[in-house]
Ligand binder design. Sequence first.
Ligand code: ADP
Ligand code: MG
Length: 214
Amino acid sequence: MTVPALEAEKISKTFGDLHAVEDLSLSVNEGDIFGFIGPNGAGKTTSIRMMLGLIEPSAGSARIFGKDIHRDFKNAISAVGALVEGPAFYPYMSGRRNLRLFGRLSGGVTEDRINEVLQMVGLGRRGDHKVKGYSQGMRQRLGIALALLNRPRLLILDEPTNGLDPGARTRMLKLIKEMKDDHGMNVVLCSHLLRDVEETCDEVVILKDGVIVH
Ligand SMILES: Nc1ncnc2c1ncn2[C@@H]1O[C@H](COP(=O)(O)OP(=O)(O)O)[C@@H](O)[C@H]1O
Ligand SMILES: [Mg+2]
């Protein structure tokens, strides 16, 4: 049996007396595009943050390819790339320079890899333009390029279609499918739009008021 790409076991998060996420369990199989949907405020981002070790769960645990995100953070996090609520890029630098800068922070990122990820997200010809001239869709795609830099096996995308016009949204969903079909990535697609996941995902979980309703 293969190890799930991502697993959560009864994770919960409370903020004061608000139960943002309650007893959430899920398992993302290798090779799937997994849809994680629910209206705004449902607890999607909070769940993702817990699964990425960005915030401490009030209870429960999460594993990435079998590695516990809290007990074995370094190994667990090395297998995942994430776009959570749009990264902040330096607007007066090119997309390529931004990637170089962030790549230097994590280390081991070559110029070849930067070219490769720019190609993968369809920014091959725009990589040397300043980010301030990028559309929202291009910024989101640069965010995905950043998430891909360290060759993760699992990609977690939190609302990657947010703020995109219909054309850009369609291109984004196509890109996500390519991540799986052409690059063999496991993808978790988080969205408040049911139609995003209907068109793209192999499996879907629906979250409402912090609990899975489907
Ligand atoms: N740091 C925080 N402090 C207090 N409440 C928070 C915090 N983060 C999220 N929440 C609350 O938790 C609930 C779930 O939020 P969130 O996970 O962002 O939902 P979603 O991503 O599904 O829109 C919301 O009611 C939100 O206001
Ligand atoms: Mg959110």
